[in-house]
Ligand binder design. Sequence first.
Ligand code: OSB
Ligand code: MG
Length: 369
Amino acid sequence: MKIQSVELREVALPLVTPFRTSVGSQDDRNALLVKVTTADGAVGWGECVAEDDPYYFPEYLSGEREVIRRWLAPTLAAETDLRSAQVPGLLGPLRAHTMAKAAIEMAVLDAELRDLGVSLAQHLGAVHSSVPVGVSVGITDTLDELLKQVENYLAEGYSRVKLKIEPGWDLEPVRLVREAFGDDLALQVDANTAYGLVDIPHLRRLDDFGLVLIEQPFQPDDLDSHVRLAARIDTPVCLDESIRSARDAATALRMDACSIINIKPGRVGGYLESRRIHDLCSAVGVPVWCGGMLETGLGRAANLALAALPGFTLPGDISATARYYERDITAAFVLEDGQLRVPDGPGIGILPDPDALEDATTAVETLTF
Ligand code: OSB
Ligand code: MG
């Protein structure tokens, strides 16, 4: 293909409930959508998962938009016979900006596969037509409010629950949720880097609650503290923020810094690098699961394709539309027996609804080449 234009569109979607983690709270999801149009008229959609501010990850939405505009789109548009498989290699010399790279790679994959009539799921090697999914529950003002939220999500059928934790909001919420909903509930926690080495004795007390895993207790570049925790705690340690590539994954596993990996395509530079991490982890028997960034229906469609690969043996943070938005820019994803269906149409298998897209749009810019 030859890229003829790239549309950068910002959309603002109010969340149905504020989402609070140890690094901040948000009421809206502002997403950057990337639409690629080829010289032959094929169209592909990508979503950049960068947040407004660099609290979770160093990249941020307006910065990633600039990176796509100035460097990534022109680099790919210079190719007269672009194939999606070349994208990681072509963008590799540009440092970091994995979220921008992932967004434009997703759009190129979508355009290419739509044209071929092949689904992203099939292209990546999916083996499931639907996948069990979990829900990520933010920090709430009160414990009662947390229990109410978990109760509602369980009534909807979610297969596992992830609680956000931070110092002062850890053992007690976990204990109460475990007591209220029983030992069979698949329960895990995510600290988003809120702890330090000195908290290891405290974190070990989580072993009383039979958790599936503890996600990213320490700073992204602090693999050493994760190694020390993993050696002292029975609960499996999982990394999110620390893993930005297949090489990072290999290093973390070799060091025994974790025994489970959360794969977020945006964080690792795309769906192709995500598959490499999946393949590497499968080869050494390490479970992986698909993380989420409160994506619109576009990003969640693609995440479902990834989560249908055989090594994704734990439910991901890919919830039904109703958990995030009253009105998404795509048709809603609905939970069926705790599972979401993997889109099987060409490309990512879903398109934005034109009216919903228009209503959510806050800015559009078109680059032509
Ligand atoms: O750490 O997994 C995280 C959302 C934004 C930033 C970081 C994280 C999250 C989530 C949301 O946990 C998961 C979802 O999209 O449902
Ligand atoms: Mg996380």
